[in-house]
Design a protein. Structure first.
Length: 131
């Protein structure tokens, strides 16, 4: 019987575990921190609104990419639809959603930390997939 974990492209199990661990580590920051800089109500509402729009865009981008690639994910190199816009639309959409989530929290530092961590992890995986 073949080991199915070895056939996953770019070590998907490691990527998923790393993303989960990163979010688990960030969870106390998300729950127990407040914005460090005193920002006005108007700016906070604006950041939250932009964040909501980015989360929606990220979710819709992931759905479009997943539906478009269908069952061809590891069989063909897609170059149409969302894959004509960028090489890794699923990763771009995920990073966009995390950016929006950070903005919804109202903390620029937390936004940069969360988005940066997800971007670095997904960039590493994208580089491995391209090889």
């Amino acid at each position: 019987m073949a080991d199915t974990t070895a056939t996953k492209p770019a070590d998907q199990l490691r990527r998923i575990a790393l993303l989960r661990l990163t979010m688990l580590i960030c969870l106390p920051l998300i729950i127990f921190t407040e914005p460090g800089a005193p920002i006005g109500e108007f700016l906070r509402d604006g950041l939250e609104s932009v964040g909501i729009l980015l989360v929606i865009a990220g979710v819709l981008g992931r759905v479009w990419s997943i539906l478009y690639i269908g069952g061809h994910k590891n069989a063909v190199v897609m170059q149409d639809g969302p894959y004509s816009v960028c090489r890794h639309p699923l990763y771009l959409a995920s990073t966009t959603a995390v950016l929006g989530f950070g903005l919804m929290l109202g903390s620029i530092i937390l936004t940069v930390a969360l988005t940066g961590a997800v971007f670095l992890i997904l960039s590493d995986i994208a580089a491995k997939e391209e090889r």
